[in-house]
Design a protein around this ligand. Structure first.
Ligand code: BG6
Length: 254
């Protein structure tokens, strides 16, 4: 029955909290690998949690990906968000337009009735371009905003999947396998232990600035992401993990 199912989910949440060290876990039924509607359920849960935490004039930084796109899809108008500003957490990381952080941030703001700011950065940055970009006054302004974010919403990817999606070289893919790099988040690649092995060069939020002043919400589901979620949480347990039943079960059986 429904009650038994709910109890099962609450039990998975409690086990995830103690296993991963996250402050809060929210588990929705199903498997987002198998059904796209489950991704929208992750989105719905994420929006509810964001609305619970939001304060006037907050800055909310969001990452890209199909999961975050599903979060944006579930956003609804909210008077408490009128003074909120959405920003992309980091610059170009090689995604299709609809899955880019800029797009998602603008879409969330549009649906919520909030404000947004864009960060224009090419995907492939040379050292020199990087240096001159961050010296631009307009860019500096938005980077300050991103730093001041009180909430950060991001996805977690399986390392290989993300490298392939970004058109990385054979050589890089090979290294990922060899070094047991299993997770990707914010353009950083992590091994099983949660050690950062590679980092894509772009501007915006740097991982070591995710301190206690920010509410970090990670949204990732599907059994195929279990290992990636676990690896990333070894790096830094998030405040809130929103995942699905199959990812939770796979993770807890590892
Ligand atoms: C990307 C982010 O846009 O989305 C990554 O840059 C993240 O950090 C990925 O891991 C997740 O994608 P998806 O489609 O699995 O939600």
């Amino acid at each position: 029955g429904v009650m038994k199912e709910l109890l099962g989910l609450r039990d998975l949440e409690a086990k995830l909290r103690s296993r991963l060290g996250v402050k809060e876990a929210i588990v929705v039924p199903g498997d987002s690998d198998a059904f796209t509607w489950v991704k929208r359920e992750l989105g719905r849960a994420c929006i509810a949690r964001m609305k619970e935490a939001v304060k006037p004039h907050d800055v909310i930084a969001v990452m890209g990906g199909t999961t975050l796109a599903a979060v944006a899809e579930m956003m609804t108008p909210d008077p408490n968000m009128e003074t909120v500003t959405f920003v992309p957490a980091r610059g170009g990381l090689g995604e299709q337009v609809e899955n880019q952080a800029n797009t998602i941030s603008a879409q969330m703001a549009g649906k919520a009735g909030a404000n947004y700011k864009l960060l224009h950065v090419p995907d492939q940055l040379s050292e020199e371009t990087y240096a001159s970009l961050i010296a631009e006054p307009g860019v500096r302004d938005i980077l300050e905003k991103i730093k001041s974010a009180s909430m950060v919403i991001h996805g977690i990817g399986e390392a290989n999947t993300m490298a392939l999606r970004r058109g990385s070289s054979e050589e890089f893919l090979h290294k990922l396998t060899e070094e047991q790099v299993v997770a990707e988040a914010f353009g950083y690649y992590f091994d099983k232990k949660g050690t950062v092995r590679y980092k894509q060069r772009t501007i915006g939020l740097q991982l070591d600035t995710l301190d206690d002043s920010k509410l970090v919400i990670s949204v990732a589901g599907g059994a195929s992401k279990a290992e990636a979620i676990s690896a990333y949480m070894n790096y830094r347990p998030s405040d809130v993990l929103i995942t699905d039943e199959e990812a939770a079960k796979r993770l807890l059986s590892m």
